[in-house]
Design a protein around this ligand. Structure first.
Ligand code: BTN
Length: 328
């Protein structure tokens, strides 16, 4: 894991779950002097962490700022590869842009780019993605599965399953649903979206940039007025603020697991999970593709992840990419 010394120290405190740690023990374990430890603690205090000194026991972390930095995420991390390299930013235009650069420079499978705030967050279809400071999860995961370019859209569905399963394992007060292909809705309102971009040659995928945006700790007022009636957050639905770093770690665990499963056994291994959590199948929908707008009943997805719509005249249409409006 590419943690700085300061982050390594912080990770020890986060993992000690509020127990004091002796400065000497920390210095011995990390191979640096006690003075160096003290200096790093000063820097952490300046960043908002609060420590107290307990006689004969050492330092105790008593308050931590609400951040999704590498140390905080790695204190929850339970993966084999994903999240071992985390690039954290207070503010950035878009994590996709940084990811693109890092992927071209050879960043490893499972590299994470995450920010507290995006000033130019990108949604699908050239839309703006509102990324308020400290409220959400704005991250891109670089993955390098051994797949062909035409399979790439299926990874969006794999990512959607990973996000939904993470929400289901951590929260109890709501049921998230996937709106094909990439939206996560709660009670009919959008809580999360996924934007998958690809670095590829004609016959080879070099890497995929899985951009995940989750409205996490927003109150309704934190959304721009024009989307307040269609957007929601985990905090609104769960009725409490949640730990963003914990959710990031859970998503990374699922994304690693389901991507590996997909690469080993194909999309059929993920399809049933996707269908189980779909809020689209069985509903009457309007699908706007680049060429046309069609209406009908969403009857399923194929083994390739393509949406099938039963039109009123009995024809079944396959839709590879579209904007979907659910009508009932
Ligand atoms: C959508 O529903 O339109 C997809 C939204 C994807 C937003 C995420 S936030 C992290 C990553 N960086 C971006 O600029 N966009 C994606």
């Amino acid at each position: 894991m590419n943690l700085s010394m300061k982050d390594k120290i912080l990770q020890h405190f986060l993992q000690s779950k509020g127990e004091p740690i002796s400065g000497q023990q920390l210095a011995d374990e990390l191979g640096i002097s006690r003075t160096a430890i003290w200096k790093h603690l000063q820097t952490l205090q300046e960043e908002g962490y609060e420590f107290i000194t307990i006689k004969k026991k050492g330092y105790q972390l008593v308050a931590a700022p609400d951040r999704v930095d590498a140390a905080k995420i790695s204190s929850f991390l339970n993966t084999k590869r994903f999240g071992y390299s985390i690039h954290y930013f207070e503010e950035i235009d878009s994590t996709q842009t940084v990811a693109q650069k890092l992927a071209r420079q050879g960043a490893e499978d499972g590299t994470v780019i995450i920010a507290e705030e995006q000033t130019g967050g990108k949604g699908r279809m050239q839309r703006i993605w509102h990324s308020a400071k400290g409220k959400g999860i704005w991250m891109t995961v670089i993955i390098r599965p051994n797949i062909l370019p035409h399979q790439a859209p299926q990874l969006t569905l794999v990512a959607a399953v990973s996000v939904v399963m993470a929400m289901k394992s951590l929260y109890r007060n709501f049921t998230p649903e996937i709106k094909w292909p990439n939206d996560i809705l709660i009670n009919g309102k959008k809580c999360a979206g996924i934007l998958t971009e690809m670095l590829a040659e004609m016959d080879r995928v070099d890497g995929l940039l899985i951009g995940i945006g989750i409205n996490t700790n927003h109150e309704l007022d934190d959304f721009p007025e024009e989307i307040q009636s269609i957007a929601t957050s985990i905090a609104i639905e769960e009725k409490r603020k949640v730990d963003r770093a914990e959710l990031v770690a859970e998503i990374l665990k699922n994304l690693e697991h389901y991507t590996d499963e997909y690469v080993a056994n194909g999309f059929t291994s993920i399809k049933s999970l996707w269908e189980e959590h779909s809020g689209t199948i069985g509903k009457r929908i309007k699908a706007s593709t680049i060429r046309e707008t069609i209406e009908g009943q969403a009857i399923g997805i194929t083994d390739e992840g393509v949406l099938e719509i039963l039109l009123d005249d009995g024809q079944v249409k396959k839709v590879y990419s579209a904007d979907i409006e659910i009508q009932n």
